[in-house]
Design a protein around this ligand. Structure first.
Ligand SMILES: O=C(O)c1ccccc1N[C@@H]1O[C@H](COP(=O)(O)O)[C@@H](O)[C@H]1O
Length: 219
């Protein structure tokens, strides 16, 4: 089984599409120091998260400078999952995890996989993404999935694969990496910050079908 997160939702109608498509998680982006069409205010992110259906996991994506900032955001937005883009060490992630009522997932640059092993035990999940120089996601760029597969096999924490995924490549990504979840933002948009309903549905369908095929091969 693979879980699917559709990230960077900015509109209520897109949230409904994500829910109806059968995604497992939705991501809202706020508090990021980069220019992205997917950014919301903290208040709007919290409002949208509050309208997500009970079995859709609401993820808040943020780029805090300090653990205190991450804790503040987590406690104000109250998401199910707090996704942190930053260079915190294991102790800092533990501090955030202890202070917020949410799962904490850390984003790791696919080019620096050794960092994943250092924080593995301190977080609830590791997002391996093709990040920008500023450490942001949403780049629309894939990375070396074979390399990510090797790193993933050494981790105890669930691995969430992100970076340049689309309805067309998500099956191959799942076959190669066998991740806990896949995560997409720009690859299912009709324009920046606006989801394409057909692409969202195709992404979820293709990811779930690829996971079912992989499970059949394993049995
Ligand atoms: O999407 C953004 O603009 C963004 C900005 C700052 C931090 C994280 C962001 N997005 C995250 O990156 C992944 C991958 O994006 P993409 O599929 O390559 O476009 C996305 O799912 C978010 O978790």
């Amino acid at each position: 089984m693979v879980r699917v997160k559709i990230c960077g939702v900015t509109r209520e109608e897109d949230l409904r599409v994500v829910e109806e498509a059968g995604a497992d998680a939705v991501g809202f982006i706020a508090g990021v120091p980069v220019d992205t069409p997917r950014e919301l205010s903290l208040v709007r992110a919290a409002e949208l998260a509050a309208t997500a259906s009970p079995f859709l996991s609401a993820t808040h994506v943020t780029m805090p400078e300090t653990p205190s900032e991450a804790i503040d955001v987590g406690n104000r937005v109250k998401p199910d999952v707090l996704q942190i883009h930053g260079e915190f060490d294991a102790e800092e992630y533990r501090a955030v995890r202890a202070a917020v009522d949410a799962c904490v997932v850390a984003v790791v640059d696919a080019e620096e996989p050794q960092r994943a092993r250092a924080i593995d035990a301190a977080v609830d999940g590791v997002v391996v993404d093709s990040v920008s120089e500023e450490g942001a996601g949403g780049t629309g760029e894939t990375h070396d999935w074979q390399q990510t597969a090797k790193v993933a096999s050494t981790l105890d924490a669930p691995v969430i694969l992100a970076g340049g995924l689309t309805p067309d490549n998500v099956a191959e990504a799942i076959e190669t990496v066998d991740p806990y979840a896949v995560d997409v933002a720009s690859g299912v948009e009709s324009e920046g910050g606006v989801k394409d309903p057909d692409a969202v549905r195709a992404f979820v369908e293709n990811a779930k079908a690829a996971a079912a095929d992989a499970a059949e091969v394993r049995t």
